[in-house]
Design a protein around this ligand. Structure first.
Ligand code: GAL
Ligand code: ZN
Length: 667
């Protein structure tokens, strides 16, 4: 039954507890008629499932799930632990997180829960066990979502203090080792007893960066162990069901890889920006989010919440999705490895904090334009479902991503405008525009099969990772490194050797001096004399075995190497001493694509994306125009339309605004 997570299909998020029971059957039969296959329920429904301590009421959920079963719908149940009910927070206030200044995070709408609270653990495990036991054999239920959108809370409650102390103690064993690892001698921060050690309370605007990085790691472990208690129970009662979690809004401080490790499949909540003002960036940042999600488990994934109407409430409302946008962005998700796409939500809420985050059906309960588009989409996905099943993306390029880098760089911002994730976005966008597919994977993952690996700012670098990357290049791979590589050891202390530290040998270059130029724009000149803008950071490079391939064109460092390439074993290592504008990346990556014969769909116009899924049902090229104007691509002969069938003549193919073409390639 876990195999059901591999179906390509459409779902909806539905809250039976929000609607009068007399509406359920009409809703569910309309879902069925529309072609919906999956419904997510239950996350947030704690007060209805357990109205008072140890008093359970599953009758209503039974009735709604029975109806769904009767209509042949499959169900994913979310554990409701993101919304502790009032009886719990009143009788057991230790559930509530505490801010650094001692204020309590009182119940507002949700997420008022500390992952380390003993009461949350106890009652969270109980409700999870009750649910898992009850629905283990229900014919509609196929899987589970743990909690909802885990995030970092930076809690400062007593339980967190105690747990943090135990965590640090387990890691360092002795106070002497702790003081050495965190360098607490600087400014008299040494700990003399374990009781002196607390979570960072704030007040003082600055804190020891080693403490702050370990505090993050501690929180990652807290989320992982909180989730693991639920996973253990679900696995115990429902060994046949799959387990997922819905990640959201990247970049996250949460370590998605650590949370994802125990899941069967990762999910993402995908709300691309609907504003035409964001049209140039939204399709590309969305593509990156999807690639990041595929990288969490290095396999296909789910979208657990997908754009359905105008988003709002947490901010003034955004534009309603333009005609075609809902459909096109679902196909974009599938094109990048989503199997099931679940829409948030069936109908807009008439009550609560989120009344204006619109669903597929408006408050009026009259299905309109967006619903009609959704219905058409369901038909298309169902038409291709069988053939797409089991198909995957295969790429020759990887970008290495790491929450550890992001967090460490956020703790000590390096220069104005220097943003770890924005820098990843730029490289990823450049690759996507070039039509070069890439994976975004956790730094440290095996690199087999990749020809080109881009490793932005490996600021905290340990020996195993450096050795792995050296070996990758030595064996014939091309490795691209950027500024702020090898700066810190895992304790977040600066290393006392020339940068890029542990990767200096492979890069064949050292940083003689650096200049955090921030938002200033400087000049970068390539071997052909073309000038590009660069900013954020300028490493002044001294090549050892490397060859310069670009130089600075201005300021006191004019003429000094800015980018170098080093032959290393059978491969090569590029070191970028600065962050160049996108057109430089594009020129360089296009050249590398030629040299390395990377698979590529060349000639994509603005906003058009191309990806390929291959599997037992064939090879499918997805061409998506995520744009409000018609765009044209040029195709060779031999393609057939997967939807509806029919040959596509060689030559120009026009893609309407938000147009989608799914083409079958001959084997
Ligand atoms: C997600 C969340 C949903 C809903 C949606 C719209 O972050 O999981 O429950 O709130 O956003 O705001
Ligand atoms: Zn806490």
């Amino acid at each position: 039954m876990r195999d059901k997570m591999n179906n390509v299909q459409i779902g909806v998020d539905y809250y039976p507890e929000h609607w009068d029971e007399s509406m359920w059957e009409a809703d569910i039969s309309l879902m069925k008629e529309t072609g919906v296959k999956v419904v997510r329920v239950g996350e947030f429904a704690w007060s209805r499932l357990e109205p008072a301590e140890a008093v359970y009421d599953f009758a209503w959920l039974d009735r709604s799930l029975d109806l769904m079963a009767r209509y042949g719908l499959q169900v994913v149940i979310g554990t409701p632990t993101a919304t502790p009910p009032r009886w719990l927070t009143t009788a057991y206030p230790d559930v509530l997180p505490v801010f650094a200044d001692g204020r309590t995070f009182h119940p507002g709408v949700r997420h008022h829960r500390c992952y380390n609270s003993r009461s949350l653990r106890l009652f969270g495990a109980r409700i999870t066990a009750e649910l898992a036991r009850r629905y283990a054999g229900h014919p509609a239920v196929i899987g589970w979502q743990t909690d909802n959108e885990f995030g970092m809370l930076d809690c400062h409650c007593d339980a967190c203090n105690e747990a943090f102390r135990a965590w640090v103690r387990a890691k360092y064993d002795s106070l002497a080792a702790l003081n050495a690892a965190w360098g607490t001698v600087v400014w008299s921060g040494e700990y003399g007893t374990w009781e002196e050690l607390t979570v960072p309370y704030g007040g003082s605007p600055h804190q020891n960066p080693s403490l702050l990085l370990d505090y993050q790691r501690f929180q990652w472990d807290a989320v992982v162990s909180f989730q693991q208690e639920q996973i253990d129970l679900i696995r115990q009662y429902c060994p046949e069901h799959f387990i997922t979690h819905n990640f959201h809004s990247y970049p996250q401080r949460l370590d998605q890889y650590a949370v994802g490790a125990a899941l069967d499949v990762a999910s993402f909540d995908y709300y691309p920006n609907t504003s035409p003002l964001k049209q140039e960036t939204t399709p590309y940042s969305g593509a990156l989010s999807l690639d990041v999600t595929r990288g969490i488990k290095r396999r296909n994934f789910w979208i657990m919440e997908q754009l359905s109407g105008s988003p709002g409430c947490w901010m003034p409302m955004w534009r309603t999705p333009h005609p075609g946008m809902i459909r096109a962005y679902v196909w974009q998700a599938i094109a990048r490895g989503a199997d099931t796409v679940v829409h948030f939500r069936w109908r807009s809420a008439v009550a609560g904090a989120e009344q204006f985050w619109h669903g597929l059906i408006d408050h009026s309960n009259v299905p309109g334009r967006r619903f009609a588009e959704f219905a058409g989409l369901c038909g298309e996905v169902n038409e291709l479902s069988e053939r797409l099943k089991g198909s995957v993306l295969q790429h020759e390029v990887a970008i290495l991503h790491s929450h550890e880098q992001k967090v460490a760089l956020d703790i000590q911002p390096q220069a104005e405008g220097f943003d770890y994730y924005e820098n990843i976005k730029l490289v990823h966008r450049s690759l996507t525009k070039l039509g070069i597919g890439c994976d975004v994977i956790h730094a440290g993952e095996p690199l087999d099969g990749y020809k080109l690996v881009i490793a932005p700012s490996l600021y905290v670098l340990d020996e195993p990772l450096a050795a792995q990357l050296e070996a990758f290049a030595a064996a014939g791979g091309t490795l691209l490194l950027t500024p702020r590589t090898g700066v810190k050891n895992p304790d977040n202390l600066c290393v006392m050797s020339p940068l890029p530290g542990l990767l200096s040998r492979a890069a064949g270059v050292t940083v003689a001096e650096y200049d955090p130029v921030g938002r200033e724009t400087h000049a970068l000149v390539d071997g052909e004399g073309r000038t590009y803008a660069c900013s954020q950071w300028c490493d002044l490079l001294t090549p050892d075995t490397a060859e310069p391939v670009a130089w600075y064109g201005d300021d006191f460092f004019a003429g000094i190497p800015a980018v170098t390439a080093n032959r290393f074993g059978a491969g090569q290592v590029y070191y970028f001493g600065t962050f160049a504008e996108e057109s430089y990346w594009t020129a360089l990556l296009a050249r590398l694509a030629g040299e390395q014969e990377l698979q590529r769909f060349a000639g994509l116009p603005d906003g058009v994306q191309a990806t390929v899924r291959r599997g037992p049902g064939g090879r499918f090229l997805f061409l998506l125009n995520l744009n409000r104007v018609t765009q044209t691509v040029t195709l060779p002969a031999g393609y057939r339309r997967a939807l509806g069938g029919g040959e596509v003549p060689a030559g120009e193919l026009a893609l309407a605004p938000f147009g989608v073409e799914i083409l079958e390639l001959p084997e």
